[in-house]
Write a protein that binds this ligand. Structure first.
Ligand SMILES: Nc1ncnc2c1ncn2[C@@H]1O[C@H](COP(=O)(O)OP(=O)(O)OP(=O)(O)O)[C@@H](O)[C@H]1O
Ligand SMILES: [Mg+2]
Length: 241
């Protein structure tokens, strides 16, 4: 299978109130249609790495960061960040990546249908039956005219998945998408989402601190390990297979 992401010595550093955090990815390759989970405790850098994979956050250092979202398209992301090609990066993101944020991230003043339509409108895709069909699969077709605030937490997360998938991206990134739900609801939603992404041949990258759940779903894991702490000030976190 094609290599979708190829990362080598990618580093992101953050400093808050004098406490440093350093995320290091020595070498990771993600292939088309793989299902990956980033595993690690709170604060170890899962969201930071997902933001970099979503092309939202730029790495501070990188020997290689390339993305091959579909056949015939290959992008040197490293080069684009260095040249500050934000517009180009955002185009790639809009076309090929769907992102379910840790907080859900639905716009509260738009209806469910409008939220789901948004990524398609940004790409000027034609109106068709795709919103209705994905909503039926995810069991939210009766909620389309409501505002997100009137939905249950589980329904809101299903809407977040529908929105992330409505423009048919080749990559779905989901940051702890079911962490706020009870285990049974979480399992049910992920079962539907897994069926959907297998059918659509989508590459999935998710994050979780729930080991048991991830193993049950049979995902390939990228595990976090703590590295040395420099001068007692910088906490280093590494992700690898
Ligand atoms: N915008 C930011 N500016 C500075 N530091 C940040 C920022 N966002 C996160 N950090 C720091 O980076 C580190 C990693 O945070 P991150 O959100 O990636 O962790 P996480 O593994 O996703 O945690 P959680 O499981 O709680 O979501 C933490 O020490 C955090 O304080
Ligand atoms: Mg997080």
């Amino acid at each position: 299978m094609t290599v979708v992401y190829s990362l080598k010595n990618v580093v992101k550093e953050r400093l808050t109130d004098g406490v440093g955090f350093r995320l290091v990815v020595p070498y990771v390759q993600i292939r088309a249609q793989e299902h990956i989970a980033l595993i690690g405790h709170s604060g170890c850098g899962k969201s930071t790495l997902l933001d970099m994979l979503a092309l939202i956050l730029h790495p501070d250092e990188s020997d290689q960061f390339s993305l091959h979202p579909i056949d015939g398209e290959s992008h040197d992301i490293n080069w684009m960040w260095q040249r500050r090609r934000q517009g180009h990066l955002s185009q790639i993101r809009k076309h090929h990546i769907g992102y379910v944020l840790q907080s859900g991230g639905l716009l509260p003043y738009l209806t469910v249908r409008e939220n789901i339509e948004l990524p398609r409108q940004l790409l000027k895709l034609p109106e068709d039956d795709s919103i209705n069909s994905i909503s039926r699969v995810l069991g939210i077709h009766r909620q389309l005219d409501k505002l997100p605030g009137l939905l249950s937490a589980g329904e809101r997360q299903r809407v977040a998945f529908a929105r992330a998938l409505s423009h048919r991206p080749s990559i779905l990134i989901a940051d702890e998408p079911t962490a706020a739900l009870d285990p049974i609801t979480a399992q049910k939603i992920m079962a539907v989402v897994m069926e959907l992404i297998k059918g659509l041949k989508i590459t999935l990258i998710t994050a979780s601190h729930d080991w048991a759940h991830v193993y049950k779903m049979e995902l390939r894991t990228l595990k976090q390990e703590a590295g040395p702490v420099d001068n007692g000030k910088v906490y280093q976190s590494r992700f690898s297979d």
